[in-house]
Write a protein that binds this ligand. Sequence first.
Ligand SMILES: Cc1cc2nc3c(=O)[nH]c(=O)nc-3n(C[C@H](O)[C@H](O)[C@H](O)COP(=O)(O)OP(=O)(O)OC[C@H]3O[C@@H](n4cnc5c(N)ncnc54)[C@H](O)[C@@H]3O)c2cc1C
Length: 512
Amino acid sequence: MCKELNVDVLVIGAGPTGLGAAKRLNQINGPSWLIIDSNTKPGGLASTDTTPEGFLYDVGGHVIFSHYKYFDDCLDEALPKESDWYTHQRISYCRYKGLWVPYPFQNNISILSKDDQVKCIDALIDAALDARVANTKPQNFDEWNIRNVGAEITNIFMRPYNFKVWAVPPSQMQCSWLGERVAAPNLKSLVNNVIMNKVAGNWGPNATFRFPARDGTGGIWTAVAGTIPDHKKRFGKTGSVTKVNAIGHKVKLEDGTTIKYGKLISTIAVDSLVEMMGDSRGVKLSKELFYSSTNVIGVGIRGERPERIGDKCWLYFPENNCPFYRATIFSNYSPLNQPANNIELPTIQLANGQKADAAAKPGPYWSIMLEVSESSMKPVDQKILLAESIQGLINTEMVNPEDEIVSTYHRRFDHGYPTPSLERDGALSELLPHLYDQDILSRGRFGSWKYEVGNQDHSFMLGVEAVDNVVNGAVELTLNHPDFVNGRKNTERRLVDGAQVFQKQNLELRQK
Ligand SMILES: Cc1cc2nc3c(=O)[nH]c(=O)nc-3n(C[C@H](O)[C@H](O)[C@H](O)COP(=O)(O)OP(=O)(O)OC[C@H]3O[C@@H](n4cnc5c(N)ncnc54)[C@H](O)[C@@H]3O)c2cc1C
């Protein structure tokens, strides 16, 4: 006989959003609840694969930059030891005409040729003059770029690079999501740097970052899931949702189990959710949302990390001499991201495609992780992508043609980037309330489809705030006010809060 369960709050998905919801429900210890995921492993898009040869790859470059104390509390609780983390200085460059231009490109045109410098400054002055008389807002991301960095930097970097990232032309994207994300240059200091031949200092929110010592980014989420009681989790086939009956407040699982719920916090991509619900209005609205897919390619190489790579973290590629928009030197993040030196591996091929002596030999090893976007506007030939990527690494002097490749990896993630398209906000402003009215809070990177609050810290807090909304009607700031949460340190919520602080202190005193 098929089982029927009953909970006040059901959380679908054990990615960062679902785990945020679960942590909050566990802390509050109020309504009954359960978290389920079709994967046996938690983490969703923030998990990590390991190749048979022992190289680790995240779903593209994942760097933690937290806007929230609550998120930090949960990570510190899950991975409490100093040795659980490495802290890195962001060392990031953009590849342009054979040069490594320090990130962000627009602030470092002093590196470019004199000819390019003149063109960029000329257009920047035009943009500054235009800005003085402009009385309208830019209508799309391309216009926003031209106004901020001028037509030339837009032509040589912003437009081609952003098309490579988003797989959507910037002219078809809105610009209200940008906030802190793009570094607008200061014309005076930029001209100063060009004349003095200097580069700009470190910019932006993630100048340093911490990375888990073991198991990649996915290790964080396995550890966070480990702090949740086992009887509240169902992962794998026993947690895989096949149907959502919104009227009956029931979900059906692959193993035949039915779960009745009071409120549903769903972190499944909202376009899939409305399909599972058979909700024709929801399906119609979700058709207005656009997304791109992400291909992650990994290349494991034998040899000492070359001098030209050094301690670079991640690199941007606007030009069409390689299919990837970003490369991460994943072996720089942790020595455990690749096999130990004494592990013997055969060479699969040289980077130039030639066969090599297949005898297994020891390391050392280093690795590169590449990201290639894909959409109906930017199709990708899956069959040749790996070979094209390796050729791209040679073209951009990331690897030498004779380098020995000992491991390769390619995986495509269908929902990669939720596009801030021109149509997005109109569709979301109807779709999310339509679901909310049916006791379904669709939240997360693709649950609520807002890229500007789609990183791990945001996603986690979308889950936490959804629970607070369910339990006491609290406003969901991250969902509804992205600029507000992104512009401040959000320290109000803590994992050990209010009366819990006293309970914890009393317990510690009694244990002494
Ligand atoms: C290329 C790329 C780069 C990124 N870079 C960064 C970065 O630098 N920094 C950063 O902080 N974040 C980054 N992110 C974002 C980060 O991965 C997301 O914030 C996070 O994974 C989103 O969490 P989520 O829980 O909303 O969704 P997901 O991680 O997608 O989780 C959804 C979960 O739902 C489950 N599910 C789906 N269907 C069902 C079903 N039918 N039944 C049961 N369960 C189901 C899935 O198995 C999954 O575990 C990046 C993401 C990508 C793709």
